[in-house]
Ligand binder design. Structure first.
Ligand SMILES: Cc1cc2nc3c(=O)[nH]c(=O)nc-3n(C[C@H](O)[C@H](O)[C@H](O)COP(=O)(O)OP(=O)(O)OC[C@H]3O[C@@H](n4cnc5c(N)ncnc54)[C@H](O)[C@@H]3O)c2cc1C
Length: 576
């Protein structure tokens, strides 16, 4: 049979950036024997959550510049020349002096992504590839039918339909547990339009990174005014009617995120030395496990030898733990806002003179590089990663935009913004009648219990569990399975199990495993069942549900890379 003539029906669930990049790889491939159905629960195509009203207001800025966006149909620089004048005016963008090194407003980026999706639909039309976009269609369930080689998609509007392949691109999810039941309690700051109220009292924020900054940017605007001084600094004046408004960040390390610098390489993927061959070779030498020490050496230390020999000399004999300890210790010794201001000027210099700060750039590259093969780490290495490297990576690669840094410094100088270092056992007690009691020990080990009328959980996207998976039939029929990693040394697993660690499992074969968040996937982003068999029909790239095997929540570069791997696998299978 001529397989090229068989039309494969592909369902894409969600129409955010992931779906856009998937469609880009499929539609721009050499193949045409498929049709795509995109199901999106909102009425927006391409923008997804962070770049639409669901996740942004006009004050929210992306942490990537135009030149760092992976290739789509037209670059942002090309697109601004054809974008509507009303749109450009709304975002104060002049196509004649457009600077592709500058970060973009998130809603503007959303408009660009939507426009790219429309251009892609035109290309599909010219190539006679049918693409059906079903806006305002929520997919409520998915089930796999291996005996019929089909996957059934159920939507709230059009019942059940059969497909050959399904790609789950449902993206971010913010469960609302207390929100709506406890006055003043917010499980997330999204959509940010809900934060446009006034509070004449201190507001407690959990977290101090990008999500917290989204809250700060929105709430500071409603409660006062920023003005620019002649030397480019900004100052903040609080409004008379809410003189008692403050923002108190609660952070488990008491640190503020690092600031955006100039990158030598706009795409982290271009730094990646961890080719599939190198990963396979290391696993062969290491009983099937990928060694974290090897990854740290080859994807972080080694490239610094050439790019920043002085820094390399400082760290060349350090293992991962010593490196993290040294860097974190030097941050801990400094007041977070003084360090923040110092890093702001350092970052400004880096951008102004286009000089990278190599170790920070390489840390971002390391985080990107180890994302894909992290599923091959031993349980021991994953625990080391979670306990050490993950923390510094999350601080450094937040790369907050310069304008956000200026806002934070102005608010702190005005006495509106502060940060409290809370211990790992700190917790938030919701109060039924409204507000919360924040219980913690601070950096001086003194216990505190503070009442706040308003509380916003801003630690970012939570890693969701197997039980949180939205498409219940896949869960009930064991089509999906718990992600876990094997202990290299069974005795270590045995000891942890005996100590009561609930994340440890012992299999009948006598091996011990560490459960990590979400579901099992393979290198092609196919879902994998309990028996370790990859599903031929269902792929997933929704980050909250695959974070155990894909620990770095990277952005548009992740969408691009995962889409490329999925399309490559899809076409290689089909052609067999
Ligand atoms: C607040 C925030 C800011 C960020 N800023 C940046 C940044 O500046 N730079 C960067 O590179 N990355 C950033 N990121 C990372 C971000 O994860 C990715 O850039 C991108 O949003 C991922 O796209 P996605 O399509 O997978 O998910 P999403 O953007 O969440 O899109 C998923 C889509 O699926 C739809 N959907 C969900 N469930 C269903 C269903 N059951 N049926 C039908 N449709 C459904 C949703 O409505 C949505 O349109 C940010 C993330 C957040 C949360």
């Amino acid at each position: 049979m001529n397989k090229e003539k068989t039309i494969k029906r592909i369902a894409i669930i969600g129409a955010g950036p992931s779906a856009l990049f998937v469609c880009n790889y499929f539609i721009n491939s050499i193949h045409t024997n498929f049709e795509i159905h995109v199901f999106e629960k909102t009425n927006t195509l391409g923008a997804g959550m962070p770049y639409s009203k669901l996740g942004a207001n006009s004050e929210h800025i992306a942490n990537v510049s135009a030149n760092e966006i992976p290739q789509l149909i037209t670059t942002v620089k090309e697109w601004v020349r054809i974008a509507s004048p009303e749109l450009l005016q709304r975002f104060h963008i002049n196509p004649l002096d457009f600077n592709e090194y500058e970060v973009l407003p998130r809603l503007f980026l959303g408009e660009y992504l939507s426009a790219q999706f429309q251009l892609l639909l035109e290309i599909a039309h010219k190539k006679s590839i049918p693409v059906y976009v079903h806006l305002n269609h929520t997919v409520v369930d998915i089930s796999d039918k291996p005996d019929k080689s089909e996957v059934l998609i159920e939507t709230d509007r059009s019942g059940i339909q059969s497909f050959d392949t399904c790609i789950i691109c449902t993206g971010h999810y913010w469960p609302e547990k207390e929100e709506g039941k406890i006055p003043g309690y917010y499980n997330s700051p999204y959509p940010p339009s809900k934060l446009l109220f006034k509070a004449d009292h201190p507001v407690a924020i959990r977290g101090s990174s990008l999500t917290a900054i989204d809250v700060i940017r929105t709430m500071s605007r409603t409660h006062g005014n920023f003005s620019e001084t002649s030397n480019g600094h900004i100052t903040y004046t609080i409004s008379d009617e809410n003189k008692n408004f403050r923002i108190v960040l609660h952070s488990s390390n008491g640190m503020l995120p690092a600031i955006r610098i100039h990158f030598e390489e706009p795409q982290a993927a271009n730094h990646n030395p961890l080719t599939p061959e190198i990963v396979a070779q290391n696993r062969m030498q290491n009983n099937g496990f990928l060694s974290l020490d090897f990854v740290f050496d080859i994807a972080f230390k080694k490239p610094l030898e050439d790019s920043d020999p002085a820094f390399y000399e400082r760290i060349q004999h350090m293992n991962m733990e010593t490196f993290v300890h040294t860097m974190m210790h030097s941050r801990e010794l400094q007041d977070p806002f003084i360090l923040f201001e110092k890093e702001y000027y350092e970052a400004q210099k880096s951008i102004h003179h286009q000089v990278p700060i190599y170790w920070k750039e390489m840390l971002a590259a390391l985080s990107f590089a180890m994302n894909y093969p992290a599923k091959y780490f031993s349980a021991e290495d994953m625990k080391r990663l979670q306990d050490t490297l993950s923390e510094i990576i999350s601080i450094v690669i937040a790369f907050i935009p310069q304008s956000s840094a200026r806002v934070l410094l102005a608010l702190h100088a005005a006495g509106i913004l502060d940060i409290i270092d809370v211990d790992a056992k700190s917790y938030v007690e919701p109060i039924k009648s409204g507000g919360i009691q924040y219980h913690y020990s601070d950096e001086h080990h003194s216990s505190a219990s503070v009442f706040y009328h308003t509380y916003i959980d801003a630690v970012g996207q939570k890693k969701l569990s197997l039980e949180d998976f939205p498409f219940k039939t896949l869960f009930k029929e064991n089509t999906i399975s718990q992600a876990r990693l094997k202990f290299q040394d069974s005795k270590a697993g045995e000891k942890e199990l005996a100590e009561g660690n609930k994340k440890i499992e012992k299999d009948p074969d006598g091996f011990y495993y560490l459960k990590v968040s979400g579901i099992k996937i393979n290198d092609n982003f196919q879902i994998v069942n309990n028996a370790g068999i990859a599903n031929k029909r269902i792929y997933i790239m929704a980050v909250p549900y695959i974070s155990g095997y894909n620990p770095d929540y990277s952005g548009l570069d992740f969408c691009d890379k995962a889409s490329q791997l999925i399309s490559k696998h899809f076409f290689s299978e089909k052609d067999q």
